[in-house]
Design a binder for this molecule. Structure first.
Ligand SMILES: CC(C)(COP(=O)(O)OP(=O)(O)OC[C@H]1O[C@@H](n2cnc3c(N)ncnc32)[C@H](O)[C@@H]1OP(=O)(O)O)[C@@H](O)C(=O)NCCC(=O)NCCS
Length: 193
């Protein structure tokens, strides 16, 4: 496989593709601005398969140890990926605008610790909080469709062929070929495989 490297000829932003990203040459990345929050040091921090598309507004907020992978012929439009461990998306996945996939909360639950963290942030070079210790991987199967404004929380697996309704908050696993929606997302009905 030949991978996209360096700058993108059509890009309005003067960024580059991260060195540890493997993006198939047949994939479309609208702009390298999508990597502005990317800081993974994993051997392969991002993998994008053939024919997949990453449209404007998609942000890969990937921490030091984070690993994101997207299969073949999948599409993300203005999606926020927040990853400190692993977010794996299968082939033919359709992820709509303003969807948030977060495998980590990053922020301490304890209010005193949270306050300390907020005081520390402005003094840092990178104004981000990586929190691998609290991260739990997200797995999204092939042929999954996630409606706009939905949020998928840490540790969730969405099975192959499932649909997540617009504005849903997915807190628990969704079985394959299931439509789930709402906050928290509940099963609406099952689909034929
Ligand atoms: C999930 C979805 C596909 C289901 O469509 P549907 O099968 O036609 O569902 P229905 O309209 O028959 O609704 C079935 C039930 O689920 C509920 N429901 C449907 N979508 C919901 C949502 N997003 N959030 C909460 N509840 C939802 C309905 O209120 C209804 O509840 P009821 O049985 O108590 O009356 C659709 O509602 C949806 O959210 N589509 C997202 C489209 C999108 O994001 N497009 C972006 C472009 S890619």
């Amino acid at each position: 496989m030949t991978a996209l490297k360096g700058t993108l000829p059509w890009d309005w932003y003067s960024g580059t593709i991260p060195d540890n990203a493997i993006i198939d040459e047949t994939a479309y990345v609208e702009t390298t601005y999508s990597f502005n929050l990317y800081r993974s040091h994993a051997p392969v921090g991002l993998q994008i398969g053939k024919g997949s598309s990453i449209y404007l507004g998609t942000m890969f907020d990937v921490g030091t140890y984070g690993r994101v992978s997207l299969g073949n012929y999948s599409l993300m439009n203005s999606v926020r990926i927040i990853c400190d461990e692993e977010i794996k998306i299968g082939d033919y996945a359709l992820i709509s605008w303003n969807v948030v996939l977060m495998d980590t909360y990053r922020v301490p639950f304890n209010p005193v610790e949270r306050r300390k963290e907020l005081v520390r942030i402005p003094k840092r070079k990178l104004r981000n909080i990586d929190a691998k210790h609290s991260a739990r991987p997200i797995h999204i199967g092939a042929n999954v469709w996630i409606g706009f404004d939905a949020c998928v929380l840490p540790g969730v697996t969405i099975g192959e062929g499932s649909i997540i309704g617009a504005r849903s908050v997915v807190t628990t696993d969704v079985a394959p070929y299931t439509i789930a929606a709402g906050n928290p997302a509940r099963v609406i009905r099952h689909l034929e495989a």
